[in-house]
Design a protein around this ligand. Structure first.
Ligand SMILES: [Mn+2]
Length: 315
């Protein structure tokens, strides 16, 4: 943190701050608060978007009555600070040539931008790193800034599911200024009407079966397949897959307690799809030839049934 504070304090000339492409709450909130911290230390900067901000990030900004930064590139900036990103592939082609670069991130990438890269290793969010930076630079955060950082933490940790021991003391300090219930309310995503209907229709069409010690469920949807799969796991399915046969894609979700990895299932199902797939431990997707949707879905179901059997080892 000391080195990062030093790097930032030594910036001269015009400074532009960028969250990553399709900025999420962690990236955009972190960028906004970083701008304020620097301002208090006599460094003027402006926040820009590479392209857009996602729906949740726009909602948070609106709730806090903050204007969404423009997507106009700051071509004449001397310095660029990247927030929640250090991988050049996540910058939507942002021009970095000839600029001094500082990146603040919490994901480690082997492929990172040149310049000074600060990775807050193990941190559950970039907003936690920004909080620590404010401390290091002896800047007191006001209610709005505290609320922004809390929103970033809630969003990136999915309401503390991904939090660790370092997260909670920071949150406790933020709550001296920020209101938890209010911040949580605007971070929580309210689905819009088309999404609600798509998910409810998928629930109506859903099928399920008991497999080993659990339940596998599946359905079809014309949109919002992941939302529908998550609704099915929320309803009790250990594994849920929702196919969109028209578009040739499938989304999958898994309850945290179930064994296995959706990303790995999707990799294999992607092959049955004549396409590809992947994801994380609990959510993922695959896509391919629309006429092979059933074959890919069958592969998802086969693998998840195996995983639900006691002592199964399929990887
Ligand atoms: Mn993040």
């Amino acid at each position: 943190m000391k080195r990062l504070a030093r790097e930032l304090s030594s910036l001269r000339g015009e400074t532009a701050i960028y969250p990553h492409s399709i900025a999420d709450v962690d990236a955009l909130a972190g960028a906004m608060v970083l701008r304020d911290i620097l301002k208090r230390r006599g460094i003027t900067s402006s926040v820009h978007l590479v392209d857009t901000a996602n729906r949740q990030a726009r909602k948070v900004m609106e709730a806090l009555r903050l204007p969404i930064p423009s997507a106009l590139p700051a071509t004449d900036a001397d310095n660029v600070i990247l927030v929640d990103v250090s991988n050049p592939d996540l910058l939507g082609g942002l021009q970095l040539k000839g600029k001094r670069i500082v990146a603040i991130d919490h994901h480690f990438h082997s492929n990172h931008v040149r310049g000074y890269v600060h990775v807050e290793r193990g941190a559950a969010s970039t907003c936690e790193a920004i909080f620590l930076l404010a401390k290091e630079m002896k800047v007191q955060l006001n209610a709005k800034q505290s609320s922004l950082l809390l929103a970033g933490i809630l969003s990136d940790t999915a309401f503390f599911a991904g939090a660790n021991a370092a997260t909670f003391p920071i949150v406790a300090e933020l709550l001296k200024k920020a209101d938890y219930a209010k911040t949580a309310a605007f971070v929580r995503e309210e689905p819009d009407m088309p999404q609600k209907i798509a998910v409810l229709k998928a629930m109506q069409r859903a099928q399920y079966e008991k497999a080993g010690k659990g339940i596998v469920a599946w359905s079809n949807a014309g949109s919002f397949e992941l939302g529908a799969a998550l609704a099915l796991t929320d309803a009790g399915a250990d594994f849920a897959f929702v196919a969109n046969p028209k578009e040739g894609r499938i989304s999958g979700a898994k309850r945290a307690a179930a064994k296995g990895n959706i990303g790995k299932i999707m990799e294999k199902a992607g092959r049955s799809f004549g396409g590809s797939g992947g994801g994380h431990e609990s959510v993922g997707g695959c896509r391919g030839k629309p006429e092979k949707t059933q074959a890919a879905l069958d592969e998802c179901l086969r693998l998840s049934r195996l995983l639900l059997l006691a002592n199964s080892k399929i990887y």
